[in-house]
Design a protein around this ligand. Structure first.
Ligand code: PLP
Length: 415
C-alpha cells in the first residue's frame, strides 16, 4: 500500500512495517535480554556486523527496532535509534559524535536541562557558542574552522522563539556542517524537517509522540541529507559500506551500547500506541492553544502572551510558512504584576501545575522558580524568561472547559 496519507500510515504503521507474528496488529513486546542462535557462527556474525540481529538488548532488541522502523518511516529518514529518554538521545548524540577541541554553535534559547548539558560538554573540552538562532546570520558569524555542529530547537521552550530553520539549514548545507534539530515541539505532523535541511532530528518521545504522560523515551533520526564523508570524527570501525549509516552506527555503538540509556521494550510498545493518535491529538492541541492564546492576549490580567500563532509574535510569518497544521501546543504568559503567580496556579482547578508538556491534559508551571531555577537569573534574562512567566502546555480537553478554568481563576484573584 503505497499512497496512504501520513495519518493513515501512522495508524497502521506497526502492522505494515513490522509484520507482527500471528496476525497481531502490534509488534510483540520482547523482554529477552539475551538471544540464542542456531550455532555460534550466528552469534559471531551478528557481533561482527555481517548479519542483522540482536545479541544483547542494551544494544538492540526487536521491540526497539520495530519502534525505530515506525519513527524512521514517519520522518522519512535513513535510520533511527531510540533511547530511554529525550535527554539520553541528546547527550548520547553529542558525546558520541564530538571530541575535545571541537566547536559547536547552539541556540541560546534551550530547554533548561539541555542548556545545563552544554556546560558538561564544555568540561570535556568542547567549545560551545550560544547564539540567538532566530537569525541565521548570528549562527554564521559564530562559525569557525573547527565547527562540527549547529544545534537548536524548532520552537524554543518556554518563550516560543521560532528558529530561522530555513536559513540555518541552508548555511549548514553550504558549509557541510551537521545540523541537529530538537524537533520535540513540532513532530512531523507539524514540521517536515527535511524541508529545512536538518541532518539529525533529536526528539523526546515522552512529549507529544507518547502523548499520555505514562512513558519516557527519545529518538535520533538521520534524515539522510548530511554527507558523513565530510565528518572527520567517525571512527574507522564505524565507516560501514553504506555512508548514510556512519553517523547512526557511531551513535548506536558509542552512544547507546557504551552509555546504556536503552529504551525498555514495554516503553517502545507504549510509544508506538501513542503515535497512532498523534496527528489527531496534535490538531486538537494546536486549535486549543490558538484559542487560549487569543483569549489570554486580550485579558486584562495578562501582560504578555508568547505564542507563534499570534500576529504580534516576532516570528509569526516564519511560523506560518514553516508549520503545516498549527503553531504547536506551548504558550507562555506573563501575568499582570498585581496577580501572584503561585496563587493563580493554585486557583486553577482543571489545569494541573506540573513539569511536563505534550500531554493530553493541560499543564501549567511557574518557569523561573522550577525548570529554569538552576540556570540562574543571568541565563534566564538571556533566554527572555522573567520571574512572572508561566508556561502552559495545552491539552486536548474541550476548549470551553479550559477557558472556564482560567476565567474563574482570574475572577477570584482580580479584585
Ligand atoms: N527537548 C525538549 C525541547 C524538551 O522540552 C524536553 C523535556 O521537556 C527534552 C528535550 C527532554 O526530554 P525527556 O524528558 O524525554 O528526557
Amino acid at each position: 500500500m503505497k499512497n496512504l496519507s501520513p495519518e493513515t500510515r501512522l495508524v497502521h504503521a506497526d502492522r505494515l512495517l513490522n509484520r507482527p507474528q500471528s496476525g497481531g496488529v502490534h509488534e510483540a513486546t520482547n523482554n529477552s535480554v539475551l538471544f540464542e542462535f542456531e550455532d555460534v557462527q550466528g552469534l559471531v556474525d551478528v557481533f561482527q556486523g555481517k548479519k542483522a540481529g540482536h545479541v544483547y538488548s542494551r544494544s538492540s532488541s526487536s521491540s526497539a527496532v520495530s519502534l525505530q522502523n515506525i519513527l524512521n518511516d514517519f520522518d522519512k529518514g535513513v535510520g533511527a535509534v531510540v533511547f530511554a529518554t529525550g535527554m539520553a538521545a541528546i547527550s548520547a548524540t553529542f558525546y558520541s559524535l564530538l571530541k575535545a577541541g571541537d566547536h559547536i554553535v547552539v541556540s541560546q534559547f534551550l530547554f533548561g536541562n539541555t542548556r545545563s548539558f552544554m556546560s558538561s560538554l564544555e568540561n570535556f573540552g568542547i567549545e560551545v557558542t550560544l547564539v540567538d538562532v532566530t537569525e541565521a546570520r548570528n549562527v554564521e558569524d559564530a562559525i569557525k574552522a573547527n565547527t562540527k555542529m549547529v544545534f537548536c530547537e524548532s520552537i524554543a521552550n518556554p518563550v516560543t522563539q521560532v528558529s530561522d530553520l530555513v536559513g540555518i539549514g541552508e548555511l549548514c548545507q553550504s558549509k557541510n556542517i551537521l545540523f541537529a534539530l530538537d524537533n520535540t515541539m513540532t513532530p512531523h505532523t507539524l514540521l517536515d524537517a527535511k524541508k529545512v535541511n536538518a541532518s539529525l532530528l533529536l526528539t523526546s518521545l515522552t512529549k507529544y509522540i507518547g502523548g499520555h504522560g505514562n512513558v519516557l523515551g527519545g529518538v535520533v533520526v538521520d534524515t539522510g541529507l548530511y554527507d558523513w564523508a565530510g565528518f572527520s570524527n567517525i571512527d574507522d570501525k564505524y565507516r560501514v559500506t553504506d555512508i548514510s549509516q556512519w553517523g547512526l552506527t557511531q551513535i548506536k555503538k558509542r552512544g547507546l551500547r557504551d552509555m546504556g540509556a536503552t529504551l525498555a521494550p514495554q516503553s517502545a510498545h507504549q510509544i508506538s500506541i501513542g503515535l497512532e493518535t498523534l496527528s489527531m491529538r496534535m490538531s486538537r492541541t494546536c486549535a486549543n492553544a490558538m484559542a487560549l492564546a487569543k483569549y489570554l492576549s486580550t485579558h486584562k490580567g495578562v501582560d504578555n502572551v508568547f505564542y507563534p500563532g499570534l500576529l504580534e509574535h516576532p516570528q509569526h510569518e516564519r511560523a506560518k510558512a514553516l508549520f503545516n497544521r498549527g503553531y504547536g501546543g506551548i504558550l507562555s504568559v506573563e501575568l499582570d504584576a498585581s496577580i501572584d503567580v503561585h496563587q493563580f496556579l493554585n486557583q486553577l482547578k482543571l489545569i494541573i501545575s506540573a513539569t511536563h508538556l505534550g500531554d493530553t491534559r493541560t499543564l501549567a508551571l511557574p518557569v523561573a522558580s522550577t525548570i529554569f531555577y538552576e540556570n540562574g537569573a543571568e541565563q534566564r534574562k538571556k533566554m527572555g524568561i522573567r520571574d512572572s512567566l508561566i508556561r502552559i502546555s495545552v491539552g486536548i480537553e474541550d476548549i470551553e472547559d479550559i477557558l472556564a478554568d482560567f476565567d474563574q481563576a482570574f475572577e477570584t484573584l482580580i479584585k
